[in-house]
Design a binder for this molecule. Sequence first.
Ligand code: TXA
Ligand code: MG
Length: 333
Amino acid sequence: MPPNSRILAPTPGNLDRCAKLLAEGALVSVPTETVYGLAGNALREDCIRKIFQVKGRPLIDPLIAHVTDLSAAADYVAANAAAEILAERFWPGPLTLVLPKHPVVPDLLTAGLPSLALRSPRHPVFRELLKRLDFPLAAPSANPFNYISPTRAEHVERTLGAKIAAVLDGGPCEYGIESTIVDLRDPAHPSVLRPGPIAPEDLSAALQREIPLHGPTPPTGAQLAPGALSKHYSPKTTLKLVAHGSVDEARRKQAESDGCALLLNRRPTEWDETGDTFWLSETGQAREIAANLYDLLQRIDQMGYRTIIAELAKDEAIGRSINDRLSRAAAEA
Ligand code: TXA
Ligand code: MG
């Protein structure tokens, strides 16, 4: 670790120090069970503005606020029965709920929208930090706008370290992809704004109704569908995709071009020993693929390849969320 690293172990002393920094208006990167967040006081405009600046994120893309539980959430949003059911079932955890906001929430946080995205994270380090604060934390993923989200403290340190006060190290993120976002502004018509670790089937089962996936909205005005600007989560290396299981096709394409890395779902039974083949899991299990996706993409992105050819995941449950991220990462604009 470089001597000037801002990475801090999550000791009680460092948690106190980070709580103090946040209370003073500084930004601290914090671990969550999904990805690392870039946290600041969600109720202070100067802190919110700093988050947008550090990420290079346009002000039209609203931020998620993080709270300990549904009763804390009630200070900031008008909950409804559907929100109570989902929070009861999935909080704390990788689920974000979009609800009508109260006036105390700065318009800057929500990009002028009358709704707020709220989440109660499960990561113990994040929860320890929240306990020390009397305000909610705004926290988008702690990556420069459009780059791959961070799933380890080192990812944050490398890309944003110089611009923030500290990175609290909570180890590698359990899920490795961003939370599922559900729009509950109208409880009679819930929809999924961003697929994530919690599968639509599980949401539907909890609410006992179908919950459609909201399509991308045009990139004008405040973004209702997250990542609506279709290019998102992207490596600098050109990324191309092949269908799930099309390993032979991927190999043919690799052989046709120079400097091409293969990113497969699972360890291949045989492979050439050139070192240009990478895999996201031993056995092809979707949870493992998601957990390793951003870390491996960032590592390959630094190896100097011209192209990465990635195999899509199986199109079911979490696999669909993985494919959403891969498709956005490969989008041209
Ligand atoms: O897992 C996560 O959700 C991570 C961790 C740090 O909690 N956070 C995260 O934040 O992914 P961010 O800012 O990278 O993505 C949040 C997405 C944005 O793309 C935004 O469009 C959407 O949530 N969003 C925020 N507020 C919204 C609102 N009021 N209505 C609809 N979408 C909203
Ligand atoms: Mg993000």
